[in-house]
Write a protein that binds this ligand. Structure first.
Ligand code: NAD
Length: 520
């Protein structure tokens, strides 16, 4: 049962065993402003260095994270409660290929693009579109992946030539501080700054003269950040909550599907924006699927149990939400297959499977962010699609089936940013695939060349080497009207218009040169 004890201050309790963690001092407003100033001062020199040099620094950062992994795994483990193995697998193991992929994407995104110009309309001219760094980018992060939620933005921001200010969540301040320290060992002094604290500090960061922001977190805060960015007229990429659905078809590989849905439902104790929270299973396979999924989930251990697969919930606040959602589902008629209780250590909560869930239950509508899977049995794939899409959110969605063509057809009908067949959320570690959503998940994009709008602004450089004036300059004379008519005719596909144009251009240029040479 939820209790009414006052909640502890964020980030002061070890989630696995409830022991006290030393509080981290929040930044003052002056320190926040100074961090942005320092990043700006370092940024000009950084932007002037070639992409190859910036890439080499990012690779060195990735190697440093790997070399000193034991330190950061211990820190992450203490403030998230997850075992070091779980932290390693979800946040660190793939950092080297991630940075390599991010560099390859940066080369594509940052490459100047020569603009093809018609020599008829634009004789002697050339244009190129270049990508310039925004300046200083703030990265405001949540607590659920305290390292990778930074580096998926940090690498492209730095590769683009920006300075950065990291703002960790007040629930996981130590991992962010450790990352900032490693950055300070590699990048020019001040280029990567740090602002510690809660929402007030996040708001100060936005007001400290930044040029762009990437925000990952809740819908409520994301709306505030986007509104503030609108007021400041700076770009904001906001990636918010989720309530992902998995559709399990009657022809699925039952054993693989059960363990796959469990993995992506409750890995990281379900505290994943792209966790499967809703499962729509077709009736013919529902009994067998629920039994298998229940068997898998009931065997999983929660830290600090030995060889745990799951950590605890990260905070008392999160535990309260999970308990409220489960209680609400049970009151409204869901069946508890397994779990539904605390482990008795820290914020540990047993993997929980609820069957016979209905749309009005919180577990089917609101983000639970816990080790809870809610199953609804459906009569057809159309019903599954309809229910899956009837969500406020749209991050990932998956279809589980042995008929891959059918799976793809259905997956493409899911209203999500990432549609999958027989897997879920796995693209979060692939730097070439955009991580994005629809509806209340927000339109922000992380990873891939498509994320670069936040990090760079395009600049067009146009150079005219022609010695002649352009034929549509002053003065207006009857030939100008003819020139316009010929351009229209050419636009409508007339080949003859090309000859007319060539003659008119010569006449017009002469008239313009006469005007240019005339005296009062
Ligand atoms: P949150 O919105 O409470 O906090 C996120 C960050 O914003 C924290 O650093 C916080 O201090 C800061 N903040 C709070 N108020 C602010 C303000 N007014 N201005 C600026 N910054 C402010 O979110 P949370 O509880 O830390 O994170 C959990 C949420 O994050 C979940 O909803 C989850 O789905 C979402 N999330 C989404 C993605 C994604 O890719 N879509 C990834 C991870 C987490």
């Amino acid at each position: 049962m939820p209790d009414s004890t006052p909640l502890p201050a964020p980030g002061t309790i070890a989630p696995a065993d409830g022991s006290a963690l030393e509080a981290v001092k929040p930044s003052t407003r002056d320190e926040v402003v100074a961090a942005v100033k320092a990043a700006r001062a370092a940024q000009a020199g950084w932007a002037a260095s070639p992409l190859a040099v910036r890439a080499e620094h990012c690779e060195r950062l990735a190697q440093k994270l790997l070399e000193r992994r034991d330190e950061v795994l211990a820190i992450m483990s203490s403030e998230t409660g997850r075992s070091p193995t779980e932290c390693l697998m979800s946040e660190l193991a793939t950092v080297a290929p991630y940075v390599a992929g991010a560099i390859a994407e940066a080369k594509l995104a940052l490459k100047p693009a020569k603009v093809p110009l018609s020599s008829l309309e634009y004789p002697g001219k050339r244009a190129v579109v270049e990508q310039l760094p925004r300046g200083v980018v703030a990265i405001i992060a949540p607590w659920n992946y305290p390292l990778s939620n930074f580096y998926k933005h940090l690498f492209p921001a730095l590769l683009s030539g920006n300075g950065v200010v990291l703002k960790p969540s007040e629930y996981t301040p130590r991992t962010g501080a450790w990352l900032a320290d490693r950055c300070a060992e590699i990048f020019p002094a001040g280029l990567v700054g740090l602002a510690q604290g809660g929402g007030d500090v996040g708001a100060w960061v936005l007001d400290a003269g930044i040029d762009a922001v990437t925000f990952t977190g809740s819908v409520a805060t994301g709306k505030k950040v986007a509104a503030k960015a609108g007021e400041l007229l700076i770009p904001a990429s906001v990636e918010l909550g989720g309530k992902d659905a998995a559709i399990v078809l009657e022809d699925c590989d039952l054993a693989r599907t059960a363990v796959g849905v469990a993995q992506w439902g409750i890995h990281n104790c379900g505290q994943n924006c792209a966790a499967i929270e809703r499962v729509y299973v077709l009736e013919p396979v529902a009994d067998a699927f629920v039994e298998r999924l229940g068997a898998v989930m009931s065997q999983l251990r929660v830290a600090p149990e030995e060889s745990s697969e799951l950590g605890p919930l990260q905070s008392a606040q999160q535990l309260a939400i999970v308990e409220d959602h489960v209680a609400n589902a049970l009151e409204l008629g869901a069946t508890l297959v397994t779990g539904g209780e605390r482990t008795g250590s820290g914020y540990g909560y047993r993997p929980t499977l609820l069957d016979h869930c209905t749309a009005e239950m919180k577990v089917m509508s609101d983000e639970t962010f816990g080790p809870v899977l809610a199953v609804t049995r459906v009569a057809s794939e159309d019903e599954a699609l309809k229910l899956a899409n009837a969500s406020e959110y749209g991050l990932n969605g998956s279809v589980w089936t042995t008929d891959v063509a059918r799976g793809e057809r259905l997956a493409r009908q899911l209203h999500v940013g990432v549609a999958l067949v027989n897997n879920h959320a796995i693209t979060g570690t692939i730097p070439q695939t955009p991580w994005t959503g629809v509806k209340s998940t927000g339109a922000g994009v992380a990873a891939s060349r498509f994320a670069y709008h936040t990090f760079v602004r395009p600049r067009t450089v146009f150079v005219d080497k022609s010695s002649k004036p352009d034929p549509w300059w002053f003065p207006a004379n009857p030939d100008l009207q003819s020139l316009g008519d010929a351009l229209v005719a050419r636009g409508q596909g007339s080949l003859g218009a090309l000859f007319t144009l060539a003659g008119l251009v010569g006449k017009r240029v002469k008239a313009i040169q006469t005007l240019a040479a005339s005296k009062r």
